[in-house]
Write a new protein. Structure first.
Length: 140
């Protein structure tokens, strides 16, 4: 039996995932991070992007809008404002948000400041990457 670590993925609204997994992969602020059982304690921020958990050789994918990741000896906790399973991400809404943010950046619209537009663009792009990776993995 493979070694496991307990993972909790929680959004502001509800718990999205809780269980034992073989590994966790996430988009930390300084780059992609992989966490396996017996990982050293760690606290880091997350960028908008995907979180993947490896469970019995199968990968489950989640989207988080950013947040915090904490690693303790036997538990990984991911706290995010928004978190959802990758297959629950609305592709049409993500594309519309991406296009709106790109227009705001190109036109320097006063309705949305530059930093907010960049954040919305990054979030939409992360959602679309999650959908793309989910489709790629489904084709395996």
């Amino acid at each position: 039996m493979a070694m496991t670590i307990h993972v909790d993925i929680v959004s502001a609204e509800k718990e999205i995932f809780s269980g034992l997994v073989e590994a966790v992969f996430a988009s930390a602020s300084m780059g992609e991070i992989g966490i396996y059982p017996r990982h050293t304690p760690l606290l880091t921020t997350l960028k908008p992007g995907e979180v993947r958990v490896l469970n019995n050789g199968k990968e489950e994918q989640f989207y988080v809008s950013g947040g915090m990741l904490e690693v303790q000896p036997h538990v990984v906790t991911i706290l995010a404002d928004t978190a959802m399973r990758a297959d629950d991400v609305d592709e049409a809404a993500a594309i519309a948000a991406k296009e709106a943010a790109e227009r705001s950046l190109a036109n320097n619209e006063a309705t949305m400041d530059y930093t907010e537009a960049q954040a919305k663009l990054a979030e939409a792009m992360a959602q679309l990457r999650s959908i793309e990776r989910m489709r790629k993995n489904a084709g395996r």
